[in-house]
Design a protein around this ligand. Structure first.
Ligand code: HEM
Length: 379
């Protein structure tokens, strides 16, 4: 199975071919952590993350070979497993720069990138505190769920006393493809998801829409990106009682092939002007695909990297299901925010959705070997 480098120009886990499984965790740093303590935590995470992505234990002894009188420096459940393409992607939330009381705990408030905005309230948001925000995040993706969980567990163990998990999310099926060599997966509405996503091969689009540039304002973010996460509940029981034709009208694509309703096959560009014999356009103006399309959004695009989730069920036997939406972009003010504002206003899909979680993180560039993720912020 695949192994991806941890060190490099960019962090892995963004343009990397989307793996099958996710464990995402947002962390809050401890109230008494100081600047040196934060840097030390990032150094410790970098070393352990680099080791685990290469299929090695989190610490130098491993789960079963260390001194008998100390706790093992790796918890052990990934011992005999290959890394399954494990990537660990680390991000910094707005509250790391200025906490909710307005304090600059780490002397970095003046270096907060202007693109790292606090997300505005969107029409229809039903956010629950339990799934919002975070000082730090780690996105762990692997084709093996146990490997992803092992990585988050060990980074959380290493952070003990310095940072703790605020909220976390498991995802069991990718809802995007990020390279042309991958087949398009399906979301829990049963539709192909990821067809028109930014793909790693589109290098000029990636450079233009995914990677932040020093010219954008924050030099330390050069080669980094901005991650927006949204936990979106999908009311699948209502969706499942909807007619096929209506489901396709809402998305703007057909369910089998994923082709736009204006015709063609999966990768044919939609034609929003094509007229239906019965009147109106073949693609409904309020369909998700039209409202999210770059031609409706001043050319803005996203690199989507979300996952399906089911967190058990409610007392009526309804699945607590949805899509854990993750998108990477160069500037959320020009990409996620205006696109989501437009979707929130009139997307035909809204009737079946509830946004319950929300967070934004600046994802710094990749670390050089010997250095650590985010080092440029503390220069
Ligand atoms: C496209 C589903 C939420 C942005 C699509 C497609 C589907 C889909 C089936 C068409 C296939 C494709 O090109 O990938 C969903 C579901 C959502 C959701 C089920 C919620 C549970 C969002 C959100 C955003 C978004 C919150 C951004 C704010 C996009 C974009 C496209 C897209 C940019 C590509 C449009 C194009 O260029 O044709 N989505 N989506 N989606 N979606 Fe979503």
């Amino acid at each position: 199975t695949d192994t991806y480098p941890f060190y490099g120009q960019h962090q892995s886990g963004i343009t990397t071919a989307a793996q099958d499984r996710l464990h995402f965790a947002a962390f809050d740093v401890a109230a008494d952590l100081d600047r040196d303590g934060l840097v030390e935590l990032l150094r410790d995470w970098t070393v352990a993350a680099a080791r685990m992505t290469q299929g090695r234990p989190a610490g130098k002894y491993g789960p079963a070979s260390g001194p008998a009188d100390a706790p093992p420096d790796d918890t052990g459940e990934a011992l005999d497993l290959p890394p399954g393409g494990l990537t660990l992607t680390i991000g910094f939330g707005p509250t790391l720069f200025t906490d909710t009381d307005g304090r600059d705990r780490f002397g970095i408030a003046s270096r907060r990138p202007s693109a790292l905005v606090d997300l505005p309230h969107f029409a229809g948001d039903a956010l629950l505190d339990a799934y919002v925000g975070g000082d730090l995040c780690v996105q762990a993706c692997s084709d093996d769920p146990q490997v992803a969980v092992h990585a988050i567990r060990n980074l959380s163990r290493i952070a003990f006393g310095r940072a703790s998990i605020r909220w976390s999310q498991l995802g069991f099926g990718r809802t995007s493809s990020t390279t042309r060599s991958q087949t398009t997966p399906r979301n829990l509405f049963g539709f192909k998801d990821g067809t028109a996503n930014i793909k790693a091969e589109d290098s000029s689009v990636v450079a233009d829409q995914v990677w932040a540039d020093s010219g954008d304002g924050a030099g330390w973010m050069h080669g980094g990106s901005y991650l927006v996460a949204r936990k979106i509940r999908m009311v699948i029981e209502t969706w499942d009682r909807q007619q096929l034709g209506e489901q396709e009208r809402i998305i703007g694509r057909d369910k089998g092939e994923g082709a736009p309703l204006s015709g063609g096959t999966e990768f044919t560009e939609p034609n929003f002007l094509a007229l239906a014999p019965s009147g109106g356009t073949k693609i409904d103006p309020d369909s998700h695909v039209r409202l999210a399309h770059p031609t409706t959004n001043n050319g803005a695009q996203l690199l989507r990297r979300g996952y399906n989730f089911v967190d058990g069920n409610d007392e009526l036997g309804r699945l607590n299901a949805g899509l854990f939406f993750i998108a990477f972009q160069r500037d959320p003010r020009k990409q996620f925010i205006p696109i989501q504002q437009q979707l929130a206003r009139s997307d035909a899909m809204n009737e079946y959705l509830k946004h319950v979680g929300s967070a934004i993180f600046a994802v710094p560039p990749g670390a050089r070997e010997g250095s650590y993720v985010g080092a440029g912020l503390f220069d």
